[in-house]
Ligand binder design. Sequence first.
Ligand code: AP5
Length: 215
Amino acid sequence: MNIILLGPPGAGKGTQADRLVKERGMKQLSTGDMLRAAVKAGTPTGLKAKAVMDAGQLVSDEIVSGIIGDALDAMPADQGAIFDGYPRTQAQAVSLDEILDARGRKLDHVIELVVDEDKLVERIVGRYTCANCGAGYHDTFKQPKVAGTCDVCGSHEFKRRPDDNEETVRTRMAEYRAKTQPILPYYEAKDLVAKVDGMADIDHVGAAIDAILGE
Ligand code: AP5
């Protein structure tokens, strides 16, 4: 099964993708995570992407579609993919169809996380991850069981994303409205879109997604 999780910054795409990876053995293909890894490694792609990401704008379609094609090629052919943060433009949506066709895959669902943007700023500026294992936390919604200690690996070091400040978040949301939301009709015409209330708590959002995906 191949699915897209679509929604603005902070909608919960990464949170739900993590869960699907653990519970269904699917592979999360997050262009944001892959770009951040390229920035950290100082690759040519990372060097091109860094300033654009820090400003909250979109990296070029060619770069991200190339990354997705390479990531699919590195996966077993029978493993399902969760596209998290991709596609984000009409050109990327068309590229994804070509990329999937060329690999004998098809898209099964596009899950739109419907959210109240005003509340997302709090979600984003409050989130942080373990610097060691990447487990995600939030100042209000998801704290470690023991303060200052990662539940998963026991590390005491945490980090925040440089683009998770309010000003950049507002730019990222404007990019979503201008460039990503308009691709929904492309998938609605293919009868692939299911809407989920992304403002419900994390478990309820997960249950709603499971109901769409089935067993
Ligand atoms: P990317 O990394 O994709 O960031 P994003 O889309 O802005 O999404 P986020 O990761 O911020 O949010 P999310 O929906 O995953 O929310 P999360 O689950 O973490 O992209 C970053 C940048 O990379 C872009 O700005 C761009 O420059 C570039 N880029 C990436 N892909 C690109 C592409 N295809 N084309 C061009 N450029 C690209 O949840 C947020 C917080 O809320 C967490 O703390 C979580 O615990 C909490 N939370 C989640 N769900 C709930 C809930 N239901 N209730 C309460 N709290 C919740």
